[in-house]
Write a protein that binds this ligand. Structure first.
Ligand code: AMP
Length: 105
């Protein structure tokens, strides 16, 4: 079943998109927990970190490269953290893989 992130990727609902390429989109979190709170989201529907397989290796690496690029573009390269929540007891609400990028600079 598609998640809200797939709807954002497909432009079915609006979002503040700050980066996009063929496999990844980056949006502003709707309920930011820091001054800058972005979500780095693969377009492929992978529910959680636990659902990754070897064929996702490049995609996952690219999520980190996008995080690095976005942080550089926003001039926060030395002031940010990255976070994956995993499953409901691990604070994951949206079952579509995403990497949080947070900064209070
Ligand atoms: P998580 O708890 O790791 O699953 O994080 C999901 C995140 O998605 C939360 O920080 C939400 O605020 C964010 N979120 C939910 N719906 C939207 C939306 N429509 N646009 C942007 N961010 C959203």
């Amino acid at each position: 079943m598609s998640t809200i992130f797939t709807k954002i990727i497909n432009r079915e609902i609006p979002s503040d998109i700050i980066y996009e390429d063929s496999e990844i989109i980056v949006i502003k979190d709707i309920k930011p927990e820091a001054k800058i709170h972005l979500l780095i989201i693969p377009k492929k529907e992978i529910a959680t970190i636990n659902d990754l397989d070897e064929s996702d290796s490049t995609l996952i690496a690219n999520m980190f490269f996008v995080a690095k690029k976005v942080a550089k573009d926003l001039w926060i390269s030395e002031w940010y953290k990255l976070k994956f929540n995993v499953w409901k007891l691990g604070w994951q609400e949206v079952m579509h893989l995403h990497l949080h990028l947070l900064s209070n600079i």
